[in-house]
Design a protein around this ligand. Sequence first.
Ligand code: HOZ
Length: 435
Amino acid sequence: MTENSEKLFQEAVKYIPGGVNSPVRAFGSIGSVPRFIKYADGAYIYDEDDNKYIDYIGSWGSMILGHNQKAVLEAVTEACKMGLSYGAATAVEVEMAKLVCELVPSIEMVRMVNSGTEAVMSAIRTARGYTGRNKIVKFTGCYHGHSDGLLVKAGSGVMTAGVPDSLGVPEGCTRDTLSAIYNKLDSVKEHFTRCGEEIAAVIVEPVAANMGVVPPEPGFLEGLRSLCDEYGALLIFDEVITGFRLGIDGAQGFFGVKPDLTTFGKIIGGGMPVGAYGGRREIMEVVAPLGGVYQAGTLSGNPIAMAAGLTQLTILKEHPEYYRELNNTADWFFKKIKEVVTEAGLPYQVNHVGSIGSLFFTKEKVTDYESAKTSDTVAFAKYCNYMMEHGVYLAPAQFEAMFLSVAHTREMLEETLDIMKKYFLSFPYKKFIKN
Ligand code: HOZ
């Protein structure tokens, strides 16, 4: 039953564009009613109709420890008693910056902001300021937030909506954004050969997670590193999703490739709105007030947000076994998903890296935007709605990731697999198959 969600949605559309504050949440691509969430706990999320779901979104990855982690909640509660915001320097933000620099070896200085979008926007400006160059290379299907210059063939909601570029972005804002193909080094080389001296940075999701999850092929990230070094451009890893998720030092630790700048969001805030960008000292020293790259924010380093993020990161640091267990469990889970679809006679693809993954409704191996786009989104929509109706809360779009947390137990994952199995092995499903 979704009666209360339906009523809320009818109200919401009157006052909020599309009824939501972020497009994917409208459930448009699966054609059903967005669930309005009342509360969440551990790996479960509950809607306004009191439906209970196993949550595979986890605030798009932020809740790696599960919802309502006790120590995080306590830290936030304590911090609230001291005032909500000062717009001034605090001890907690120094502690936070120190911890990020300690955990991520490529980072010697870091600046806190309020979202991943803001982090990326600022990192790009920093790269341009530092190199004195204007052009950036991004990959088709990678999503780096909604700032003007990066809404070029972006992933996530833009890809789901089938909109190549956003309205309202003047041509001038994207003139210096060059597109390349994920996992195809040659497509990057072409840009460098043509205008290498003008390229300030290459920005990449080290594991693409906004066209569904697409792992980097062996040599791809290393190749980007070499090209950037050869031409004096900076390599920016957008670790908004992978940061503190694949391991305490993110994708850069997981794959052993060191970027010049890194952006964070989601996990770094422990559920609060936090983003950050950081990198080598000499680069970060161009940021104001030290240098000429201006970037500022009243709520940056907000004490409540810092309390949540600092506590979540400290727990992760103190429990390296969480990553081992989470990644092992995820390896098992995604392998089982592949077995389920194979048993049903479906040639669908399962991609995953650590605790993020995607089931692609296509027989093509998914390595980039074009192959991801071969997915049968109608079949995905039917599947996604079935899962929702049976208590499994999935990202409501083919081109998003599934997120596991340390709160997901084997029993919950087995329950999820059983529901998937029932669906894929059921007769009515078969008539929707395109591939
Ligand atoms: N852009 C996010 C998914 N990649 C969705 C964020 C949200 O709706 O909260």
